[in-house]
Ligand binder design. Structure first.
Ligand code: GLA
Ligand code: GLA
Length: 692
């Protein structure tokens, strides 16, 4: 599956029938007495909230026993919300099975690789492949859909919640059974599986499908292809659950769009969302910032990738936080201004909805110290005033609802197969961090003021891009190798890095010298890897340093230029960064980890052949993030000052939607955001799917 064909975001409308941006939260009224509900609606209206996600964790309340249902309270809440003009993204409520179900059917509980059961008492304690769970879940979905099909508050369906947040890897007997079925569909014959898994190694040859297991705790390294396939299978099993719920929903309410909240954020790697996008009517994402020096780059990177997954159509920010979360080792509050700026950064990258977990901060339960739109302190709080102010800002930005993110000239390829495979055990290093490498390239481009798109490697048309960066593109099957070669020969500029193009789709090494699948295109040959110990570095002759990885590179072709040499280390005086001119384009290779500083120093040389340059004034580069959205009439220019000093933006004109007034440019204060509207001089974006 690729990107959704259309984005069916349920836009609220103003009195004139024009689209508004969505503003809202998860709403958990079952945690509160009835008196609070009316108060909630009053405050939601005050804040400009126009949508809530409801009933996400309500299963035990809606179906108190196997044969009894209690919808009365939810009917009342739905009616109240509708009367208040607030739409409902109604959950199917299947996220957390009730105690009666797990007591009667403990065989739905997930099992870890070491054979431990994950017991009830938290949430998401269900096996994605359990037929018993599936049956009970779909029964609930059918009840929900039938009951609320015609309710006027219903605007969208919210399947389950954050599928795979806690239960992506299940090693139970149900999983073993479903894994075998998945493998039969993938390989058809045992011979093909034995070949793909390389089972001649360590006497692993299977003579019957029933001998195959998930990669449970083993005596030594489990078979790498078995592990990789189990990751693919586990993502597919959850997608299958999404599709099963969706099928019931679309049967009963064909006109109500269906979504499920993805988790494109650091630390979550189990679900191949590029492959899930086609399973929803609009892409939704949850994002939480984590501590660290690059955390705002990471926010931008993830919002950008979500846009890439959505085929650059508008998407839906289903959850982020107004303030601190409760699940990091130390949960810092946001700094003044972060709430609005973080929200607008998502909007800049194509979010047409800004929603939070959650509406009212819980008084009890595991998330009572997690922030919300209404904090424990109540409406008389700085936080609630910020929430109200953000509602006003989103009203002002209503004209951009439905606009698409304007493609950049540079793409960073992101690939789940490569992420999964490159970080497996028994490799040259266990220190490789796929996400961090991709993020570093993004940070370095931002530092130079260059816009880039982060896009799924398998489903994106590369043609529109002048420069494609493929960090640690570890898994390169023949079709992708051909596509990258065609791209370069046709005039594209490719940059790839260490540990790229090493294996095929079965995790078998391309032989004859690394990086086998792209060796010819790059014009280099690597005979051995030289990983570095944690903390060790090598000097390069452009006065930067490499870490993590080095390669012993020989240059194969005469048209290869060595841009940078190693100055120290095992490979001193050999090439560290190369570039081959071939066809009408170039293909460059970076053999070590340079980090943000090193990449920012190198990038001007890598960018040169493509002619890509910053469209920000010099003084704003590195502090101002610039993103553009557009529709057939207008371009919406976002400028976000992420630095501590005022940023001058001379020579800008346009209608100021938010920010300092622009005459002939303006100065953006620290933390400030400006959005300008200009007429769109270009052809409107084609309605066709760019990534079909
Ligand atoms: C996830 C879940 C929410 C809540 C938040 C807390 O996003 O979907 O229910 O637990 O995390 O950050
Ligand atoms: C041991 C084993 C070999 C091989 C090597 C790898 O010596 O006997 O089969 O696994 O380790 O270092």
């Amino acid at each position: 599956m690729t990107s959704p064909r259309t984005s069916r975001i349920p836009y609220p409308k103003d009195d004139d029938g024009a689209r508004r941006l969505v503003y809202g939260a998860d709403y958990n009224p079952e945690q509160w007495p009835r008196e609070v509900w009316a108060e909630d609606i009053r405050l939601m209206r005050q804040a400009g909230v126009n949508l809530v996600s409801l009933a996400i964790f309500s299963w035990a309340r809606l179906q108190p026993t196997e044969d009894t249902w209690d919808f009365g309270w939810l009917d009342e809440v739905m009616d109240l919300l509708h009367a208040g003009g607030i739409g409902v993204d109604l959950a199917t409520a299947t996220a957390s099975p009730p105690p009666w179900l797990t007591a009667a059917h403990p065989e739905i509980l997930p099992v870890t690789a070491t054979g431990e059961t994950l017991w009830p008492g938290a949430r998401q304690h269900w096996r994605p492949t359990s037929p018993v769970f599936r049956e009970h879940a779909l029964r609930l979905v059918r009840e929900m859909a039938t009951r609320y099909a015609d309710h006027p508050a219903l605007v969208a369906w919210h399947v389950n919640n954050e599928l795979g947040c806690h239960n992506v890897y299940d090693y139970s007997d149900d999983a073993a059974h479903a894994f075998r079925g998945w493998l039969r569909r993938r390989y058809t014959t045992l011979d093909a599986l034995n070949h793909a898994w390389g089972t001649s190694f360590w006497s692993q040859r299977y003579s019957d499908w029933d001998q195959i297991l998930p990669p449970r705790l083993a005596a030594s390294h489990p078979n790498p292809t078995q592990q990789l396939d189990f990751k693919r299978f586990s993502s597919d099993a959850l997608k299958d659950h999404l599709l099963a719920e969706r099928e019931v929903l679309t049967e009963i309410t064909p006109n109500t769009p269906v979504t499920s909240n993805f988790m494109v954020m650091s630390g979550i790697k189990g679900m191949n969302y590029a492959d899930w996008a086609g399973a929803v009517d609009f892409v939704s994402n949850d994002h939480y910032t984590v501590l660290g020096p690059q955390n705002r780059d990471e926010l931008s990177f993830c919002a950008n990738l979500t846009s890439g997954i959505a085929g650059h159509r508008p998407w839906f920010l289903m959850e982020h936080s107004t303030n601190a979360v409760n699940w990091q080792p130390v949960n810092l509050p946001k700094k003044p201004g972060d709430l609005g700026r973080d929200s607008l950064l998502h909007v800049a990258h194509g979010a047409d909805a800004v929603c939070f977990f959650q509406w009212r901060q819980s008084a009890a339960g595991a998330e009572k110290y997690h922030s919300a739109m209404v904090p424990h302190a109540g409406e008389d709080s700085e936080l609630f005033r910020d929430v109200v102010a953000l509602g006003h800002t989103l009203d002002v930005l209503a004209p951009l609802a439905g606009s698409e993110r304007e493609p950049a000239r540079v793409a960073i390829l992101f690939d789940w197969d490569s992420w999964w495979a490159s970080e497996q055990d028994s490799h040259p290093t266990s220190l490789l961090d796929y996400h961090r490498e991709a993020l570093d390239w993004y940070s370095a481009l931002m530092r130079l003021g260059i816009r880039a798109d982060v896009v799924p490697a398998q489903t994106t048309d590369l043609n529109p891009y002048d420069l494609v960066i493929a960090p640690v593109l570890h898994v390169v099957a023949q079709p992708l190798a051909k596509e990258l070669t065609r791209y370069v020969e046709g005039g594209g500029h490719l940059v790839t890095t260490y540990f790229s193009a090493i294996v095929d789709e079965n995790d078998h090494v391309w032989l004859g010298g690394y990086p086998g699948a792209l060796r010819e295109l790059l014009g280099i040959r690597i005979e051995e890897f030289g990983p570095l110990l944690d903390g060790d570095t090598v000097d390069l002759d452009n006065d930067t340093a490499g870490s993590l990885w080095t390669d012993r590179i020989s240059v194969d072709a005469t048209d290869v230029e060595t841009l940078v040499h190693y100055r120290t280390g095992t490979y001193a005086s050999r090439p560290a960064v190369t570039r081959r001119a071939t066809g009408r384009g170039t293909a460059a290779y970076v053999s070590t980890r340079l980090g943000v500083d090193g990449l920012a120093a190198l990038l001007p040389r890598l960018l040169a052949p493509s002619g890509v340059a910053s469209d920000l004034p010099e003084a704003a580069r590195g502090t101002v993030e610039h993103v553009v959205r557009r529709d057939s009439d207008s371009r919406y220019l976002f400028f976000v000052n992420r630095g501590d000093a005022p940023a001058p933006l001379p020579g800008l004109s346009g209608e100021v939607l938010i920010g300092p007034s622009a005459g002939d440019g303006f100065t953006l204060p620290p933390g400030g955001t400006a959005v300008l509207r200009q007429p769109n001089p270009q052809e409107p974006l084609p309605p066709a799917d760019r990534s079909a």
